[in-house]
Design a binder for this molecule. Structure first.
Ligand SMILES: C[S@@+](CC[C@H](N)C(=O)[O-])C[C@H]1O[C@@H](n2cnc3c(N)ncnc32)[C@H](O)[C@@H]1O
Length: 329
């Protein structure tokens, strides 16, 4: 069992919760919190009027942190330790599904989880604590594969240079820790100027996305949500970087019959059935006052759509929505 750093347990501040509740009110019925974390959204949904919440998280450690406040909501929460792409296994006909993507502050703050380049820890990054770690990935993937991961998942322009340096170093000694990897990345990039992010930020994000297969999860999770939402049910998604937001935006466009795409794989826009109607026309961003108290909110974007009564469509692929896919080698 992973050591919990209890000092960090209350550090996670829910992002964009005000605009979420405002746009989905009145909140009624059964909801799914697909990314439970510290439970900020679950509590806000219950406080706003939801009768019951299925609280999903792939990280087995998060649920014990809810002990302190769980008694305020007797018989109104069920915990599910699984990935949200499996949500059809647990629920049906729900009034809403919320996704608050990425990692929580608790995960980032625990050095032993290996998400942070600022804290020395094992190069792990697995939210579910199963499967290959980030160390397995950087110590075994081909240079081309690493470069693609850094470029497509981290939008890192120096992806080739960093991949080359990783391979040269691991040939001498395999990577074991976060700071070990961060140092190599820093050594081949210019120093960041004041106000710029740390040179390893994009690479760590990219590796985390690859280790946890975050794009496939999001993509499949959206199609699962479509299947379990009842007519008028709300899909609520908060993303933290541009490719994630693009997946959500294109999914909602495709399912609301207004797809702007050059994809040759999709049928004509006129022929698209309408499974969702947009509640938010554009992505909602946090206010400057929210960002000033919670820097994690800085890059957040919120999109909300409402389910129609048209039956779920066939699942599309990432390729069909023109989202980059990293190949095998
Ligand atoms: C940003 S935090 C959510 C914080 C939460 N909204 C709150 O207010 O406390 C994201 C959580 O989602 C979980 N998570 C990320 N991807 C997941 C997936 N594919 N399936 C299930 N849980 C996931 C992470 O383990 C993490 O605990």
């Amino acid at each position: 069992m992973m050591d919990l750093d209890l000092t960090s347990k209350t550090d996670h501040v829910p992002v964009l919760i005000g605009p979420i509740i405002e746009n989905i009110s009145p909140v009624t019925g059964v909801w799914v919190d697909a990314t439970f974390g510290a439970g900020g959204y679950t509590r806000a949904l219950l406080d706003a009027g939801a009768e019951f919440v299925f609280a999903i998280d792939r990280d087995p450690n998060v649920f014990s942190l809810a002990k302190e406040w769980l008694h305020h909501y007797p018989d109104r929460i069920e915990f599910v330790n699984d990935v949200f792409s499996n949500l059809e296994k647990y629920v049906d006909d729900v009034n809403g599904v919320v996704f608050d993507l990425g990692v929580s502050s608790m995960q980032l703050d625990q050095a032993t989880r290996g998400f942070s380049f600022l804290k020395e820890g094992p190069l792990d990054m697995r939210m579910s604590q199963t499967g290959p770690t980030a160390a397995d990935l950087v110590n075994s993937a081909s240079e081309k594969m690493l470069s693609n991961i850094l470029y497509f998942f981290g939008e890192e322009r120096a992806s080739r240079r960093i991949a080359k340096a990783i391979v040269a170093r691991r040939d001498q000694e395999p990577f074991g820790t976060t700071t070990d990897l961060a140092k190599i990345i820093e050594s081949v990039l210019p120093r960041s100027k004041p106000g710029q992010s740390h040179p390893a930020t994009r690479s760590f994000q990219a590796l985390r996305i690859a280790v946890n297969k975050e794009y496939e999860e999001l993509f499949n999770g959206l199609f699962s949500a479509e299947k379990v939402l009842s007519a008028d049910g709300c899909l609520v998604v908060v993303t933290f970087h541009s490719i994630e937001d693009r997946i959500v935006k294109r999914f909602i466009q495709a399912r609301s019959g207004k797809l702007y795409s050059t994809s040759r794989y999709l049928p004509d826009t006129d022929a698209l059935p309408i499974q969702f109607s947009k509640v938010t026309q554009k992505a909602i961003k946090p206010s400057t006052s929210e960002i000033s108290i919670n820097t994690r909110a800085r890059s957040a974007k919120l999109r909300i759509a409402k389910r129609t009564n048209i039956k779920p469509g066939k699942n599309l692929t990432l390729e069909e929505l023109s989202v980059p896919i990293v190949g095998k080698n």
